[in-house]
Each structure stands twice: as structure tokens, then as C-alpha cells.
Design a protein around this ligand. Structure first.
Ligand SMILES: Cc1cc2nc3c(=O)[nH]c(=O)nc-3n(C[C@H](O)[C@H](O)[C@H](O)COP(=O)(O)OP(=O)(O)OC[C@H]3O[C@@H](n4cnc5c(N)ncnc54)[C@H](O)[C@@H]3O)c2cc1C
Ligand SMILES: *[C@@H]1O[C@H](CO)[C@@H](O)[C@H](O)[C@H]1NC(C)=O
Ligand SMILES: *[C@@H]1O[C@H](CO)[C@@H](O)[C@H](O)[C@H]1NC(C)=O
Ligand SMILES: *[C@@H]1O[C@H](CO)[C@@H](O)[C@H](O)[C@H]1NC(C)=O
Ligand SMILES: *[C@@H]1O[C@H](CO)[C@@H](O)[C@H](O)[C@H]1NC(C)=O
Ligand SMILES: *[C@@H]1O[C@H](CO)[C@@H](O)[C@H](O)[C@H]1NC(C)=O
Length: 532
């Protein structure tokens, strides 16, 4: 590794001699380099923000969702660049390399550990907010989407042209297509059509040398890696070509809640072994949280069983009566709507204009201001005793704003091979657990209490979930499972989290990384390391 760095130093030394006469700090040299590299420097300069620029704060804040990453001690970028064309990306990569600055790429900014806009070393944020056109071709059922678009923009543009076409991407409409698809990505349609990454048919990508590649010129190894190997490791995805899928004109959403006193434990226990066999056109979930009992004010747990179903109420009711009669689903628990309306409804927004989908800064009413996320995969039903232990933890004061969601697997996820894309969590999983540990106000003591609860609960769950490795979902990024400071890491260190996120696919990702970015320019706390 030393040797490779030295070979990179040759141009750097020349650059240093050249730039001494200009300025002292790396970021001033970087800015100067940008102005030299771009042939439209006056319009490009309006897309570059330093802390002295009055818009710097608002540009930086625009996609910060989790206030954990908006504290006074959160490290801030030296420069934010918001490229509008390919030459801007090329100049930014070239100049950051030349002046030894780390970059972080940000599309929707939803990274659960803030890795797209927080780094512990001097860094530049490349924010794709100005690179987000969406081009939907209904006839051929494809769309080209630039990586800075959010899913709301994509879904809205599809719905404008057809209510029976959709894309198999994430639920929350403010998620960026850049980061989400890079990590696999699942949403309402994943049991029928697979992950978002499974539905990509071409891409535009820029590498560390500024080369713009498409599927053909990048080759199948890199094209495989970028559709699930996690963002921020290989280069910058500029755009995806997506395969659109059919949805019926009417879908049905339901939700049924039961407390512990109403047999929630029995129902959750049963759900675990049947939900993965529900039809592919369902998205079965159970959301668990604590509430004050209306009877005695004591804390209890409520389990909300829900799904969006690709069909009508009349089709759904007999199906649920046959598969899960204990739930007692009835017509009054169900609502029919279009698929695009279910996207809003699933995030707690009903009967609002679809234009909300275009609002990049929209905060869903079900978002907590502060949160920590963890994930698990379950392959055997958890015993009632095991569930009881989880439920009793949920009634702890520290978990008052916490929600734990089980997402049923099965469907097409059982039929896509583990190595089809880097996303390896396929056959054999009953469901995934999403731990959303939330809290309302931040001070050192309160955040420690909640983070501690998160870690204790995660360790309590160990016997009940996947083992060796204990699998985790890359898009639910969690640095507790292993990380390094700035991406200078060995294969052995990285394989700790790499195997959890990617299982056997990790080695192929390392191979691709070594080939496309051998000097490890694109890196962060959980990026794929090259082999030296
Ligand atoms: C409110 C909320 C709801 C969510 N719901 C879901 C859900 O329903 N399903 C699901 O699967 N996940 C969900 N997630 C997780 C989400 O998929 C991931 O956080 C995803 O990485 C976000 O993508 P982004 O572009 O918004 O994030 P960013 O923070 O911009 O990026 C995430 C990572 O990808 C890198 N990256 C970003 N853009 C690019 C690019 N163009 N090229 C290369 N690398 C890039 C970043 O550097 C970073 O490492 C949710 C997250 C939040 C906060
Ligand atoms: C600027 O550079 C881009 C990309 O290198 C090139 O396509 C374009 O023609 C150039 N424009 C001018 C005015 O030189
Ligand atoms: C982040 O903090 C700044 C300074 O305290 C504040 O002005 C801003 O509104 C905060 N951003 C968000 C998204 O809350
Ligand atoms: C809970 O289950 C028991 C036995 O399985 C049953 O007798 C009882 O009626 C159920 N209670 C509710 C509220 O459904
Ligand atoms: C539940 O009860 C606790 C303690 O009695 C109280 O502090 C809290 O505000 C209540 N929560 C809700 C949502 O009513
Ligand atoms: C977008 O959503 C935010 C937060 O939910 C809201 O404050 C803002 O007014 C909305 N913007 C527009 C243009 O509607």
C-alpha cells in the first residue's frame, strides 16, 4: 500500500511546487484547481459552496434527516460541490485526488450513519442535487434516472404517465436513488420483483480517472458490483436505467393492531412461520412498539400487522381468512387505492396531493428526529419466550420512541440466486428485522441511554437470528458491526462487516474494487477495501 501511495505522490509533488505560490491550504488549492479545470468556471463556481458562502449551511442541511448528524461537533465538509454536468464531476474527482482530499458522494443523504456527508478527515461533499433528471419511457417500460433524483421524483414521473407501472424501489419517497440502489434496496414490490438493484439494466458511472462508463464499457463484474455492493466504494453512479414493472390499478392496504392483552404474542409467533409463504403480491410486515394501556395506563406492546396487497379487498379477504384466520382481518381494516397512493400512505401521509412526492426535504410524520438503526435476518421462528423478552425490552423507558419492524421475505427473494447481485439475503430467510431506535431530544446522556438500549437489545437477539455470519443489510448501515476511521483498512478488518453485509459476495466485491480503484480513492468507514 505504501508503494502505491508513493507512485501516486509523483504528480502531487509537482502540484505542490506549483501551488505554493497560490495558497497554503489543500482546500484552497482544490478550489483553484477546480477553476482551472472547468471551461465554464463562472457557472461552475455557483455550484461550489465553502463555509463562508451564505448558502453553505442550507445546502449541507438540505438532506440531513437524523439530527444526530446536525450537532455542533459533527465534522463539516471543507467544500460542497453540486455538479450539473459530467465535466464538473471529472474536475472534482481530479482536483480532490490531486490535493489529497477525501470525497463523499451524496444523493438522497439518507445514509443511517451519515457517511455521505460526515467524515473524520478533511473532505469534500459531492452532492448530486443538480443531477436528477428522470426520463420515463412507458412504451418500452424503462426509465433513465440520474442518481441525484429521489424516489418520489421517479414514482411521480412514472405515475404521471401510467398508474399501472411502477418501480421496485424503497418506500420512503425522499430516499435517493443513488445510494439506495447501490445497496440493493427493497420496497413494497420486493417479494414480487426483487430488490431495486435486481431491476437495473444499464448504468452510467464515473471512475477515479474520470472515465464515464456504461454497462458495456464497464463490463459485467463492475456492473454486478454497483447493484448492491454499497455506495461510495467504486466510483460515482451518474444514472441508472431501470426496468419498470406492472402493478394493478387497485391495490389494498391494511393494518390490524393487537396488544399483548389481545394475544399479540401468539399472533406474532404464528406470523413468523406463515408470512414468507403469503403470495408474492403481498408485503407483510409487523410493526412493534410500546404504548400506555388504555385500561390501566401500564405499558404494553402493540403489534401492527399490515401489508400492501396487489389486488382488491374482495381478493384479499378470503386469502387472509384461509392463511391467517387468527388475525380476524375484516373489510373495515382495509383501504383500496392506487399503487402510487400506497407509497404516500405507507409513510403516514394519506389524502394529500401527489406533488408531496417531489418535496425533497419532506419529513414524514413517522420519522423520529434522532435515531439509530440495526438489522437482523431470521431463519427459524423465534420462540414465544424469545419474543416475550424482546417485548419486555420494548416497554423500557429508553424505548418509548422505538419501533421494531419485521419484514417477511419469501416470494421471488427465494428464487433469485445469492450471487445474482451482491445483495445476498435471499432463500432461507423468514423475515428481516429493522430496529429503529428513536428519541426526541439530544444530549449526551439521553443519546447514550438509547444507544446502549440498542446494543443490549441487539445482543439479546443473538441466539434467535442468523449466525456465522450474523447477517445485516448494507442500506441499514450500522458502524457498530465494524468500521475503520477513513477507509484505510485491511481485508481481514473489512471482512468482519463485509461478510455480514455480503456473505460470499464480499470477495468478488474486493476483486472488483482492486481493479477499478486500486488506490482506494473512494472510501469511507465501511467501504470495500482493495487488496494490496
Ligand atoms: C427515512 C428513511 C427510510 C428508508 N426506507 C428504506 C426502505 O424502504 N427500503 C430500503 O431498502 N432502505 C430504506 N432506507 C435506507 C436507504 O435505502 C439507505 O439509507 C440508502 O443508502 C439511501 O440512499 P441515499 O442516496 O438517500 O443516501 P446517501 O446518504 O446519499 O448515500 C448512501 C451511501 O451511498 C453512497 N452514494 C450516494 N450516492 C451515490 C452515487 N451516486 N454513486 C455511488 N455512491 C453513492 C454514499 O456515499 C453513501 O455511502 C431508508 C432510510 C431512511 C433515512
Ligand atoms: C467544455 O468541456 C466539455 C467536456 O470536456 C466539452 O464537451 C465542451 O465542448 C467544452 N466547452 C467549451 C466551451 O470548450
Ligand atoms: C441544524 O442545526 C442548525 C444550527 O443549529 C439549524 O439552524 C438547522 O435548522 C438544523 N437543521 C435541521 C435539519 O434541523
Ligand atoms: C386469545 O387466545 C385465547 C386462546 O388461544 C382465546 O381464548 C382468546 O379469546 C383470545 N383473546 C383475544 C382477545 O383474541
Ligand atoms: C405513558 O405514560 C408515561 C408515564 O405514566 C407518560 O410519561 C407518557 O407521557 C405516556 N405516554 C403517552 C404516549 O401517553
Ligand atoms: C416540504 O416539506 C417540508 C417538511 O415536511 C415542509 O416544511 C415544506 O414546506 C415542504 N415544501 C414544499 C415546497 O411544499
Amino acid at each position: 500500500m505504501k508503494f502505491r501511495q508513493c507512485s501516486m505522490l509523483i504528480p502531487l509533488v509537482l502540484a505542490a511546487v506549483f501551488s505554493f505560490s497560490w495558497a497554503a491550504s489543500p482546500h484552497q488549492n482544490f478550489l483553484h484547481c477546480l477553476s482551472l479545470r472547468s471551461n465554464d468556471s463562472s457557472s461552475f463556481s455557483k455550484l461550489i459552496f465553502t463555509p463562508t458562502n451564505p448558502s453553505y449551511e442550507s445546502v449541507l442541511d438540505s438532506t440531513v434527516r437524523n439530527l444526530r448528524f446536525n450537532s455542533t461537533d459533527t465534522p463539516k465538509p471543507l467544500v460542497i460541490v453540486t455538479p450539473a454536468k459530467i465535466s464538473h464531476f471529472q474536475a472534482t474527482i481530479y482536483c480532490a485526488r490531486k490535493h489529497g482530499l477525501q470525497t463523499r458522494t451524496r444523493s438522497g443523504g439518507h445514509d443511517y450513519e451519515g457517511l455521505s456527508f460526515v467524515a473524520k478527515v478533511p473532505f469534500v461533499v459531492i452532492d448530486l442535487v443538480n443531477y436528477r433528471s428522470v426520463d420515463v419511457d412507458v412504451e418500452n417500460r424503462v426509465a433513465w434516472v440520474q442518481a441525484g433524483a429521489i424516489f418520489g421524483e421517479l414514482y411521480y414521473r412514472i405515475a404521471e404517465k401510467s398508474r399501472t407501472l411502477a418501480f421496485a424501489g424503497g418506500v420512503f419517497h425522499t430516499i435517493g436513488v443513488g445510494g439506495h440502489i447501490s445497496g440493493g434496496g427493497f420496497g413494497l414490490l420486493f417479494r414480487k420483483y426483487g430488490t431495486a438493484g435486481d431491476n437495473v439494466i444499464d448504468a452510467k458511472f464515473i471512475d477515479v480517472n474520470g472515465r464515464v462508463l456504461d454497462r458495456k464499457s464497464m463490463g459485467e463484474d463492475l456492473f454486478w458490483a454497483i447493484r448492491g455492493g454499497g455506495g461510495g466504494s467504486f466510483g460515482i453512479v451518474l444514472a441508472w436505467k431501470l426496468c419498470l414493472v406492472s402493478v394493478p390499478a387497485i391495490v389494498t392496504e391494511f393494518s390490524v393492531s393487537r396488544t399483548l392483552e389481545q394475544n399479540a404474542t401468539e399472533l406474532v409467533h404464528r406470523w413468523q412461520s406463515i408470512a414468507h409463504n403469503f403470495p408474492d403480491g403481498m408485503y407483510p410486515t409487523v410493526a412493534l412498539r410500546s404504548i400506555n394501556s388504555t385500561q390501566d395506563g401500564r405499558k404494553t406492546v402493540v403489534a401492527s400487522f399490515g401489508s400492501v396487497f396487489l389486488g382488491t379487498i374482495d381478493e384479499l379477504l378470503p386469502l387472509m381468512q384461509e392463511r391467517f384466520p387468527e388475525l380476524g382481518l375484516s373489510r373495515k381494516d382495509c383501504n383500496e387505492m392506487s399503487w402510487i397512493e400506497s407509497i404516500l400512505s405507507e409513510t403516514g401521509i394519506s389524502n394529500k396531493p401527489l406533488e408531496i412526492l417531489l418535496n425533497r426535504t419532506f419529513k414524514s410524520p413517522i420519522d423520529n428526529p434522532y435515531y439509530k438503526i440495526k438489522s437482523d435476518y431470521v431463519k427459524q421462528p423465534i420462540s414465544k419466550t424469545g419474543l416475550d423478552g424482546l417485548f419486555s425490552r420494548l416497554t423500557d423507558e429508553a424505548a418509548a420512541s422505538t419501533t421494531i419492524v419485521f419484514f417477511a421475505y419469501g416470494g421471488i427473494m427465494d428464487r433469485i440466486p445469492e450471487d445474482a447481485t451482491p445483495f445476498p439475503h435471499r432463500a432461507g430467510n423468514l423475515y428481516k428485522i429493522f430496529y429503529n431506535i428513536g428519541w426526541l431530544e439530544e444530549n449526551k446522556a439521553s443519546s447514550e441511554t438509547h444507544l446502549d438500549w440498542a446494543r443490549r437489545t441487539y445482543s439479546y437477539m443473538a441466539p434467535y437470528v442468523s449466525k456465522s455470519p450474523r447477517e445485516a443489510y448494507i442500506n441499514y448501515r450500522d458502524v457498530d458491526i465494524g468500521s475503520n476511521n477513513i477507509g484505510y483498512t485491511s481485508y481481514e478488518e473489512a471482512s468482519v462487516w463485509g461478510l455480514k453485509y455480503f456473505k460470499k459476495n464480499f470477495d468478488r466485491l474486493v476483486h472488483v474494487k482492486t481493479w477499478i480503484d486500486p488506490e482506494n480513492f473512494f472510501k469511507h468507514e465501511q467501504s470495500i477495501p482493495p487488496l494490496y
